[in-house]
Design a protein around this ligand. Sequence first.
Ligand SMILES: CC(C)(COP(=O)(O)OP(=O)(O)OC[C@H]1O[C@@H](n2cnc3c(N)ncnc32)[C@H](O)[C@@H]1OP(=O)(O)O)[C@@H](O)C(=O)NCCC(=O)NCCS
Length: 176
Amino acid sequence: MNIRIATDHDREDIKRIYSSAFPKGEREIVTKLAVELLSEKTIPKTISLIAEVDDVVVGHIAFSPVRIDDSDHCRAYILAPLAVQADCQRRRIGSMLIEYGLRQLSVAEINIVFVYGDPKYYGRFGFDAETARNYIAPCELQYPFGWQAVVLKECSGRGAPSTITCVRSLCDPELW
Ligand SMILES: CC(C)(COP(=O)(O)OP(=O)(O)OC[C@H]1O[C@@H](n2cnc3c(N)ncnc32)[C@H](O)[C@@H]1OP(=O)(O)O)[C@@H](O)C(=O)NCCC(=O)NCCS
């Protein structure tokens, strides 16, 4: 398996993956997010990664920067979205995309990475709800237990809860 940076040319493959991985009703909004993040201009940059097997795109993940209000010294990202083509799941492709992305962010000295998803899955990679407890998600959460974070590099927090601000593509309350 090969992991590389996604480009605009991967748009159709990304749509195909999300259509196969998510049920109707959910797939539209998540696909829109994955595609929009390809052209989201941010500093630091938004990272979209593609997993390929035999030159066929089989997985996608994105990490976009988030701002922790009143905490400029603490650098953070959020993992969203993630999908592996339906007939390629359970071959560790999702795991490898997450691990690869977290390694890149670690090298870039990012302090903390957030995710909103199933704790049973993301717990495998060190994400937990306790770490995210003091950070207020950008929108009201339908499943508060899914709000998690992993610390890559310690940064001293204020102790008081801080609000997270995310990129434009993620600011749709329907995603949360
Ligand atoms: C979630 C997803 C990305 C995992 O990718 P993958 O390549 O299949 O995952 P891996 O092979 O690395 O890991 C598979 C393991 O994760 C578990 N798993 C997969 N999805 C899970 C979920 N939603 N909750 C809990 N466990 C999950 C599997 O049971 C499997 O466990 P096992 O190896 O002990 O049997 C993929 O299943 C997918 O695209 N699902 C639909 C979209 C989705 O839910 N995306 C995540 C949004 S939060």
